[in-house]
Ligand binder design. Structure first.
Ligand SMILES: [Zn+2]
Length: 475
């Protein structure tokens, strides 16, 4: 295999250990650094930055490298939110659908006063690159842009087109680029599957890569507004129909009524892979859960960990509470917000009905609250996408490249309890997988936080990863 030969050459030339795997050539190291610096130093936060400026910087680099202007399309709803769609041409006449890579260019707001260094200056210090977007996710954007340039320089022709969409407003703002492109330029977004480097990269424990989580499906978010009302009255003569008590009884029932355990293809694979690398007790629980039907004792034990519990079931939890209007009056109204994270394949409305069943109190109202705060008596009835199959076309090349770069690391398909831009491509019916290349220590996740940083070695390795992975996907 060509790649292994390069690896062996690198060992001979640099005298490095074989465990380090293939190394990024010097020329690409320099270019990767320059592109990363340009991206980081272009402020793209929603309040006062420009996504367009990042798109233009990427476009200029690709133009310099010989990409045709017609393959570098700027498109978006307004001047500040222009997305860039790049087409890397495959073999002419290929019958294979393109591969689409999506990467958001915007970043979470960063305030200079919170940071040790200027968040919009790339600072290299003590083996780390510091700057807003070094972890989330200008590293991933730069990885793919640099790899496109390197592949083109090498004359590489993939077995099909590869599309890269660099987009706006994943973190906030009103102009989500993936959503906008799917709606307004669907012809650019056709794909057999999507790779989204916004996923986490390999997890390091004391410098050793242990696992790579691949986001293969997501939970759906929903807020419900629960209201108890009654006639109120004087607090010197308490009655049983107290709005606060009524609401609290309902919430205590919710606490005591976990949603049923339900595994899907992704969480099943996630458990199977985790079982091999976890503690003996947790491994035993996992084996119990994977039985049909699941062993209740194993489920109970496993569910004690909040993160593990969230993998097994839809969760709904009270997050806000208010009630009453005077210290000496019976409360005439009390309300709560219940936040749910719904398993794939279920609708928000079905979940609302389940809540009504749990509360079992016809006097309560259970309304759906949309993202913008508007309330409605029912929730959207559309079921979220069921998990996509774990395509061999995605996972086989991933296993191969991961074994080369991070020997001994386990690849774990996983369900995200949060949300990424993959939700829009999934809704468009395209199987989507969150795969990152930047290895981060398990306790050094600084996404959205202050002094965001990525180790210099991890960055260059992530560039090498995408170069190798894009080739492995398309040969
Ligand atoms: Zn992100």
């Amino acid at each position: 295999m060509k790649v292994s030969v390069i690896g062996v050459l690198a060992v001979t030339l640099c005298g490095t250990s074989f465990a380090q795997g293939p190394q990024l050539p010097q020329q690409d190291r320099a270019l990767a650094r320059q592109i990363f610096k340009e991206f980081i130093e272009t402020n793209s936060q929603d309040s006062n930055g420009s996504v367009t400026a990042v798109s233009v910087a990427a476009r200029n680099e690709l133009l310099k490298a010989g990409f045709a202007p017609a393959d570098l399309i700027l498109a978006g709803p307004n001047d500040r939110k222009q997305n860039l769609v790049v087409r890397y041409h495959g073999v002419p006449g290929s019958q294979l659908k393109p591969i689409l890579i999506i990467g958001h260019e915007d970043v979470v707001e960063a305030r200079r006063s919170d940071w040790t260094t200027d968040p919009y200056t790339l600072v290299e210090k003590d083996g780390y690159f510091y700057g807003r977007g070094t972890q989330d996710m200008k590293d991933g954007d730069a990885d793919v842009v640099e790899s496109f340039i390197r592949l083109k320089r090498e004359g590489y022709v993939p077995d099909r087109d590869i599309t890269l969409a660099l987009t706006a407003d994943e973190e906030g703002g009103k102009s989500n680029g993936v959503s906008w492109l799917v709606k307004n330029r669907p012809e650019l977004m056709q794909a057999a599957f999507v790779i989204n480097p916004d996923g986490e990269g390999p997890t390091l424990r004391d410098g050793k890569p242990t696992e790579l989580d691949v986001e293969a499906t997501q939970k759906t978010y929903a807020d419900f507004h629960i209201v108890a009302t009654n006639r109120g009255g004087h607090s010197s003569e308490p009655r049983p129909d107290n709005a606060i008590y009524e609401l609290m009884h309902a919430l205590l029932k919710l606490e005591a009524s976990p949603f049923p355990v339900e595994l899907n293809d992704v969480t099943r694979a996630q458990l199977e892979a985790s079982e091999k690398v976890t503690t003996p007790q947790r491994a035993a629980d996992i084996r119990g859960i994977l039985q049909t039907p699941p062993d209740p004792a194993a489920v109970a034990d496993f569910s004690k960990d909040p993160e593990d519990n969230a993998m097994l079931r839809t969760t709904c939890v009270a997050t806000m509470l208010k009630g009453g209007h005077a210290p000496n009056a019976l409360p005439g109204e009390a309300d709560a917000n219940v936040n749910c994270r719904i398993l794939p394949g279920h609708s928000q409305e079905a979940t609302r009905k389940t809540l009504i069943g749990i509360f079992d109190d016809p006097k309560l109202t259970v309304e759906y609250m949309a993202d913008d705060g508007t309330l409605s008596p029912t929730a959207p009835n559309r079921e979220s996408q069921p998990p996509p199959p774990l395509l061999a076309a995605v996972f086989d090349p991933l296993h191969q490249v991961a074994a080369e770069l991070w020997p001994g690391m386990v690849v774990i398909p996983s369900m995200s309890v949060g949300a990424s831009d993959s939700i829009y491509t999934m809704q468009a019916g395209i199987p989507s997988y969150g795969i990152g290349g930047a290895a981060i220590e398990y306790n050094d996740n600084r996404m959205h936080g202050r002094d965001e940083r990525l180790s210099v070695d991890s960055y260059y390795k992530s560039v090498e990863f995408f170069y190798l992975y894009l080739k492995a996907l398309t040969r």
